[in-house]
Design a protein around this ligand. Sequence first.
Ligand code: ADP
Ligand code: MG
Length: 227
Amino acid sequence: MNNTPTLELRHLQRTFKQGEIILNVLKDINFSLKAGEIVALVGPSGSGKSTLLQLAGLLERPSSGEIFIQGQPCNQMTDKQRTAMRCQTIGYVYQFHHLLPEFTALENIVLPQMIAGISSIDAQKKAQQLLKNLSLENRATHRPSRLSGGEQQRVAILRALANNPALLIADEPTGNLDESTSQQVFDELMNLVKGSNMAALVATHNVELAKKMDRIVTLHKGTLKEN
Ligand code: ADP
Ligand code: MG
């Protein structure tokens, strides 16, 4: 069995300069996430959850420290290599769906697959199957503006899963939804992840949702604490 963690963060630091002030948002982050594990990232607003997820998702670079994805160090990679790694290995869900407004629900799920080199026909089949899994097949030809908030977020989740990523990163994936829709969409997300061997890191400030995951880590003063 391969014991290499899907995601490993070692002594990660991230500072921001705001005028004359230096903000040490992440001071010393150490973390390991295995295949099949679902971890909740909690912490108050402004504690650095989104910053941490953007580093782990290779959207930003740390000030220092190292990020390993499936054992591969990512800091030394070129932007092109990091983009390829993101495309093949990482699925990302944002708090606001960030679907492409001029494309249909189906096309939004097809596009990342085609970028990864999958044929249009296969990508469409997969997208239709994914939509069907969440009973959204009758929304396939709708643009995001014609979908409800819950539907938009479901499509964004399916888009993130379209390339069967080894690592799923979700930043308050149901944070924009009302309480009952949030619960429902969150349970659907959990079921999709649990049925796979994915590793998932999910930021939430909803304690009830966090408890549904395998493990909870808390951001506190720039470091991570295991609960
Ligand atoms: P959270 O997601 O937990 O609410 P964030 O990661 O968004 O926290 O932000 C953590 C801190 O980092 C905040 O003080 C925020 O203002 C600051 N920050 C985040 N991104 C930037 C940036 N690009 N430039 C300057 N400061 C930033
Ligand atoms: Mg945030």
